[in-house]
Design a protein around this ligand. Structure first.
Ligand code: MRU
Length: 363
């Protein structure tokens, strides 16, 4: 698989012949490659909750399709019943996972499309919402490619780059955020090697990042999460790049549990620490990282994995799925509109100003 074929991982794809959304089942990779079909908002919400699809941008895209599917499913209803079903569907999707703000972003975007179509027949609205979901997916791929083009300049030939969790094609509509930057650097001729944290407890690094890199022939070495400090101390890591689930207005950011540990270690060892995320991951409504809601997941994920359990049933467990790293640990934030070094509230506001100027210029 090449950088271009990373787009063909197709984490989510619309099966037009059947009118369903197909998603790669990320719970069973790499042992199995299965696609599951979805035909309603409630089903997509369950797919998000149970981690069939995961990764902030992919969750946002799935939610957009969830709204479109609900509209398709109810297109022959009377308007009042149609709107009621859509409202319930949007509420179910919104409650599926709390941390990744791309979910809220996508639902608000779809609600705005719905509002713009007010007064049209349900079947017409349903077509409009499906087109809007396709556009959300296409915009995510474009944002990732733009992030890759901006971010690859930060990586030099020969670098050994550590990443945590999976911020690749599987976590997005294609190409990826953190792994997208790595893909773009490799496509630009740089020989990089990736060190993948296994990412306990759900093993997104061991299962998904390793799979993506191996598919593409990018050298990858797997480590357990508690090895990162040792490797940094030994001079075996030149840069860290991760994705994000929600970035506050001041640049504090939530990402997969364990990211904070890596950020502190990178700071201690003077290793550049990059965050790659689209503007849809930035939540300007919250001032700083304290207000980011952190999902607490099932204890069974910590007591074991799959059918294997290694800890006693009765042992109390904590399972926060994300942690928050302060902005001052971030060397640069890589977005689709450019790279922001040492992110601050003012710098982040400037990124949105650039985006709005670009939108005006295109209009
Ligand atoms: O629990 P997950 O697998 O949804 O968590 C995913 C992450 O934390 C990713 O790093 C983040 O969403 C960025 S993905 C481009």
């Amino acid at each position: 698989m090449t950088a271009a074929s990373a787009l063909r991982v197709e984490t989510l794809r619309w099966a037009a012949d059947r009118g369903v959304l197909e998603m790669i089942d990320q719970r069973v990779l790499p042992a199995r490659f299965d696609r599951l079909a979805y035909d309603s908002a409630a089903a997509v919400a369950e797919g998000i909750r149970s981690m069939v699809v995961r990764g902030a941008p992919a969750i946002g895209c799935a939610a957009a399709y969830g709204v479109a599917l609900e509209a398709q499913r109810c297109r022959d209803l009377e308007p009042a019943a149609f709107y009621r079903a859509l409202a319930l569907g949007i509420a179910a999707l919104g409650a599926s996972r709390p941390t990744a703000v791309n979910l809220r972003w996508a639902l608000e975007h779809m609600q705005a499309q719905l509002d713009a179509l007010a007064g049209a027949a349900p079947a017409v609205i349903a077509e409009g919402l499906l087109a809007a979901a396709h556009a959300v997916l296409a915009a995510d791929v474009a944002a990732n490619q733009a992030m890759g083009a901006h971010g690859e300049k930060l990586l030099a030939d020969g670098m050994r780059v550590l990443t945590h969790c999976n911020a690749g094609a599987l976590a997005t509509a294609g190409h990826g955020t953190a792994l997208g930057v790595i893909r773009s650097a490799v496509a630009a001729g740089k020989r990089l090697s990736v060190i993948a944290d296994e990412t306990r407890p759900f093993l997104q690094g061991a299962r998904l990042t390793v799979w993506e890199m191996q598919q593409e022939g990018i050298p990858v070495t797997l480590i357990t999460d508690n090895m990162a400090g040792h490797l940094m101390q030994q001079g075996e890591i030149d840069a860290v790049i991760v994705g994000a689930d929600r970035i506050a207005a001041n640049g504090d950011f939530a990402n997969k549990i364990g990211t904070y540990m890596v950020a502190v270690l990178a700071h201690r060892h003077g290793i550049p620490f990059y965050v790659a995320a689209p503007l849809s991951t930035i939540d300007r409504r919250i001032a700083d990282g304290h207000a980011i809601p952190i999902e607490e997941r099932d204890a069974a994920e910590v007591r074991g994995f799959g059918s294997l359990q290694w800890a006693a049933d009765e042992v109390p467990v904590r399972n926060p799925a994300f942690d928050v790293s302060p902005a001052d640990l971030v060397t640069a934030l890589i977005t689709e509109v450019g790279v922001l070094r040492c992110p601050t509230r003012e710098g982040i506001a400037a990124l949105f100003a650039v985006a709005s100027n670009q939108a005006t210029a295109l209009a």
